[in-house]
Design a protein around this ligand. Sequence first.
Ligand SMILES: *Cc1c(COP(=O)(O)O)cnc(C)c1O
Length: 397
Amino acid sequence: MPDAHTTSRTSRTSTTVNHADRELRHDRSVAPPIYQTATFWADDAETFAQAAVERRGQGFYTRFGNPNHAQVAAIVAELEHAETALVSASGMAALTTAVLALASAGDHVIGQRSTYSGTASLLLNLLPRLGVTTTQVDQTDPDAFARALTPRTRLILVESPSNPLLQITDLRAVADLAHAHNALILADNTFATPVNQRPLELGVDLVWHSATKYLNGHSDVSAGVLAGPAKLLDRVWDVALLTGATLGPIDAWLLLRGLRTLPLRVARHNANGQALAEALERHPAVARVHYPGLAAHPQHALAARQMSGFGGVLAVEFAGGHEAADAFLDRLRHVRRAVSLGGVESLAVRPAAMWAGMLSEEQIVASGVPLGLVRLAAGTEDTADLVDDVLTAADSL
Ligand SMILES: *Cc1c(COP(=O)(O)O)cnc(C)c1O
């Protein structure tokens, strides 16, 4: 894609979120209706037979596709500069379906050591049971990916910035490596959003999101989405019919409504993330702040090269370890202790305390996440109120 074209599309994300689904609206209502139906009727045998085999269609049976899914997919595809997109019931449904579609017994998959706990559990626990071998590597070192490659490597799963350590993967370098070895590369773009980063433009084959987070943005829907070339998503769609993780039409409609304000919200999340990181970085109770927008982040230059904003999530290590971290969480007033991120309300958690359901204690230690690390997800509240909240809590430690 020529640069000029890329730039003009980039600057128009706010237009995209409001208009990319326009041709998929079938009446004159400004806000699209909710297609709360499990099935669709056909006039004749030929139309019915066609609808039954159409991939990512929207008029046969809702597990096969629904108009509200198609509207979401049209917007996400345009935001990610992808040919097409596929909607599912959660971020994990999107990832697991894609991996089941693209890897088979005997194949090898490479992932990151610092990665979302569900992705780590897929790599460590589920895939090995299905005869797929996996390796987790240090994402900050492209050579670590190179060393992990085997003749059986089919897939590389990357996540940048990573959850919860905010480490950066050189997406272009790892994509080039994957393609030189006939492997596919999938990127989790949940933390960055397509407003801040478009992995497909850097050579990534398929992007996935927990749409539960920024894409929806209001902490009221669980959803996932995949974006990429139709050729790959056709293979994923065939398996999606079998995993059956179908997003309900009402939830698809809520996600559509959330997407309309994505660029507006992300601009505020970026500003709040940066302000909180800078304020906490200087506080004596804080040992270290992980945020790619800080000049002190060891990969700040790489982040600035492949991202146009740094997002609303930061991770904070307290000098007083996990007890100080819990005390800090206890004393926050605006920021609430809850899992998830990317909503308009600020949330914070101590990741090591919430992973016990998915990972063993050894697996948590091996992930490199310090026990006293707090993940802070800045919402869209007034910047001064959030800064005041975290500094007051940190002062009391
Ligand atoms: C939340 C999250 C997921 C999982 O998404 P769900 O919608 O909860 O299934 C995957 N990756 C990242 C980076 C996340 O933050």
